[in-house]
Structure formats: structure tokens, C-alpha cells
Design a protein around this ligand. Sequence first.
Ligand code: MG
Length: 288
Amino acid sequence: MERLVNNWCLINRAGDCCRASVSVVVESAPVRLARISHSEGASFVAIGGEPDSLIAAELGTSLFVDPTFTGRTWPLASVELLAPIRPSKVVCVGKNYADHAREMGGEAPVDPVIFLKPSTSVIGPGADIVLPADSARVDYEGELAVVIGGVPAKDVKVEDARSVILGYTIANDVTARDQQQADGQWTRAKGHDTFCPLGPWIETSLDPADLELRTEVDGETRQDCRTSELVHGVGELIAWISHAMTLLPGDVVLTGTPAGVGPMTAGQTVSVSVEGIGTLTNTVVGGP
Ligand code: MG
């Protein structure tokens, strides 16, 4: 990743790049990877620049190899952010905050309980969450999301988990609560199209151990906790999941939601913020 920062530095500073400035970038400006839609199609980009004038620089490679840049750039404000990754699968963890487990009427399970959301449920920041006509209650679940790096991950040890992680993003594990309770298993309730907003980008330089996570509906705080309250931490989850199934490059792991889950209705705006990453915002619309 330092190579990416180095190259990014070259673009940002038009060749005025020295070792000292690279170090400053590495330490003070973690690298953000994103996917954008622009007038000529879609591109993977790195995001840099000043907070009020962010720039998206097109990657000439995939996210998973030594990155290079094509030289094309866009003001971030002029393009649309897409989901930052297109995972083959999204692996989720249920009841991984004790206070959420209690609000659901139980205790956190001793071992992680996992389930899947289909790749077709993924949408990007700003996209609409579409309420299914056959559900009377659809909930938000703000979560820290982990993005797997470039090598298939199987039987990863807890202490090696960081080496298989590309970075972190934000997710909303949208849930048709009534269907979850009616079905007994969760595939339909968790798997509707648009039920997995991801974004706004992947933060590659972040310690996930103790970050504030906050969910707001129309600007009103509904969930507010720290990732230090996770029952099973990121390394433990990667080890547990990869023992059962191979995690492919770009696969996403949702680490669980804290207490405060609740319904969303058409017309509302839901924002999930994670310290050190940013904010994922989506609007809610009624289905056909
Ligand atoms: Mg969840």
C-alpha cells in the first residue's frame, strides 16, 4: 500500500515528491479506495486531496495488486460513488454486540453465528433502499464491514487476519424483520435487492479495534457504540468464517450491529458513520 501512496503522491504533487512527504502522507492521510461512475463508465479510484476538494485518481490496476495510476482524475464532487467493491458474497455475523443480542431477546452466542447476503443485495452510497411490498417492517443495522484482499483466504489464524484484509468500509445490514421472524432462517429477510448498502469507500489504513459507530435516521441518532464492544473481534471473525468457507478477493464481512435497531419508512434518509472511515447515506423508497 505504500507503493500506492507513493504513486498517489506523485500525481498529487506533480513530481514534487520526496521521501519525507511520502511519510507525511502515509501517517496523516490513510488511503481511500473507491469505485465511481463517470461520463465514460466506471472506474476504481484512490481518493485524496483536501477535505473540501477531494480528487478521485483512476487506478490502472485492480485493487489487489501493486497499484498504478492512469493519470485520469476527477473532482470527487463531479462523479457518483458506487459500492466500493463487488463481492462474490457478503458474510454477516448475527448478535455480535451483547446489548443488541439482549434487545433481540437473548444473549450473544458463544461462537459467531453467520449468514449470507447475496451479491445482488449490494448498492452504493446514495442509492435507494427499496422497501419490499410484502414486508411491514424493514430495519436498518449499521455495521463495520471488512473487505478481503487479493488472495483467497482459507483457515486463516486469528493473528494472521490482518494480512488477508484489504481495508474497511461501512454497511447497512438492511433486514425485513417480520420476514426474519416468520421464516426462521434469514435468507429472504436479509437478501432483498438493495438490502446491503456499502461505502462510501474502503479505508486501507485503519485499526478497527475501537471506533465509534453511529446510525442516524433523518439526522436523529438511533445507534451509537464503539467497535471495542464487539463480542467477537475482526480477527476472530475472519478465522471463524474462513475455517468454514474460502473468502475470495473482495468478499465482505459484516461484523454485526449494536443496540438501537429500528424501522425505516419510505422517504427517510439513513446514515451510518464509522470513525476513521466516513458516512454511508442512503434514502428509503417504497417498492412497486
Ligand atoms: Mg446485522
